[in-house]
Design a protein around this ligand. Structure first.
Ligand code: NDP
Ligand SMILES: CCCCCC(=O)/C=C/[C@@H]1[C@@H](C/C=C\CCCC(=O)O)[C@@H](O)C[C@H]1O
Length: 333
């Protein structure tokens, strides 16, 4: 049968662009071998880390998808099974089952695509990243890329735990969503506001937690000027720098970390993988109770993977960016 994949056509160098990607068609065997299953992508995730992940030209772009088993010779995965798989940007793939993960919690009537967002890797990042910072009621947390897949969940979880939330976003629509619908205390559009001046105004005594999704000048300025004593910084992501050819130079932060006795955590979400189902069960309940709100930027059609991915670096997405390849044939929303 004919399948499609997006390959890394040219290694990334500087700003990711059209030339880095190519959509190619290829043949998959018609006949399955014993224990094999044929899977079809239903939803595919695009995430900022894909810009930096080591990959060779000609290989599929890496990434996770929610797929449906459409042909099977493996009793563990009957036709219609829905599975998560880190198999890259492929419309179809054949597996022996060893790289397939069933949804590990009761998703109920929650949309399936959330397994790549709030009830998937980005949601776990928000949940366990915030937890790592030991948040306490009435503390102030600042989050960057605040209307994104991770940031929008960080802010809402922090509000639910009694913290004050300051968020930075790149558009007026995102600002309104975070402030008026998600209930963040202060939200600023960094494209028309000096973020350091804004932080000084709303948190003159400093902030307790900085959940850093952007790195770059935010990271350095916030550490040097805006942390309270014993503050905590979660180095979650550094999207400001992913497209840099050369690392930019910033003021050193060591003296500020030392003087204020700050704690800087490096964070990789897969370290808490075994605990994800418990977090998703809790967050799914909050979604059902309307205590957690979710937005997705859904791109329809496998051919739009590239556009969805490049959009992450232009701020095109509010909430989680996903690509819907086909409808699942099972009875899920
Ligand atoms: N450590 C870990 O285990 C994990 C880390 N991450 C990291 O978390 C961060 C957020 O990821 P995720 O929520 O999936 O992505 P988002 O959904 O937040 O999408 C990216 C957003 O980043 C903002 N952005 C893009 N370029 C810049 C820039 N130069 N300066 C400031 N903001 C920018 C844009 O929003 P806007 O319009 O507001 O600018 C864009 O919408 C990333 O850095 C990612 O690498 C994610 C998952 C796991
Ligand atoms: C490489 C920069 C990653 C920035 C933070 C982030 O988004 C992490 C996401 C991880 C991601 C790991 C990605 C790259 C690791 C590179 C390892 C290497 O061999 O150099 C993926 O595992 C999902 C998130 O946990």
């Amino acid at each position: 049968m004919k399948a499609q994949k997006w390959i890394l056509a040219k290694k990334f160098s500087g700003q990711a662009n059209d030339e880095n990607f190519k959509l190619v068609e290829y043949d998959l065997p018609e006949e399955l071998q014993p224990n094999e299953v044929l899977c079809q992508a239903v939803y595919l995730s695009v995430d900022p880390y894909m810009r930096l992940f080591p990959n060779a030209e000609g290989n599929p772009m890496i990434g996770e998808q929610l797929a449906e088993v459409i042909k099977t010779k493996n009793g563990e995965f009957p036709i219609g099974s829905l599975v998560l798989a880190n198999v890259g940007w492929q419309s179809h793939f054949i597996s022996k089952g060893d790289n397939l993960t069933p949804i590990r919690f009761d998703i109920g009537s929650t949309p399936l695509s959330y397994t790549l967002g709030i009830l998937g890797m980005p949601g776990a990042t928000a949940y366990f990243g915030l937890k790592r910072c030991d948040p306490k009621p009435n503390e102030i947390v600042c989050v960057t890329a605040a209307a994104g897949a991770v940031g929008s969940v960080v802010g809402q979880l922090a509000k639910a735990q009694g913290l004050k939330v300051v968020g930075f976003v790149g558009s007026e629509d995102k600002l309104k969503w975070c402030r008026d619908e998600l209930g963040f205390d202060h939200v600023f559009n960094y494209k028309n506001t000096n973020f350091s001046e804004a932080l000084s105004k709303v948190a003159p005594e400093g902030i307790d937690i900085y959940f850093d999704n952007t790195g770059g000048d935010y990271y350095h300025t916030i550490i040097n000027k805006h942390m309270k004593k014993h503050g905590r910084i979660l180095v979650c992501g550094s999207i400001q720098n992913y497209n840099d050819k050369e690392p930019k130079k910033f003021d050193a932060t060591n003296i500020s970390i030392l003087m204020n006795e700050l704690t800087v955590y490096g964070f990789m979400v897969y370290s808490s993988y075994e605990k994800w189902p418990q977090a998703f069960t809790e967050m799914n309940k909050m979604i059902q109770e309307n205590k957690l709100k979710v937005k997705e930027q859904v791109y329809t059609g496998f051919e739009n993977m590239k556009e969805a991915f490049l959009g992450l670096f232009k701020g095109d997405n509010t909430g989680k960016a996903v690509v819907k390849a086909v409808n699942a044939s099972t009875n899920y929303p």
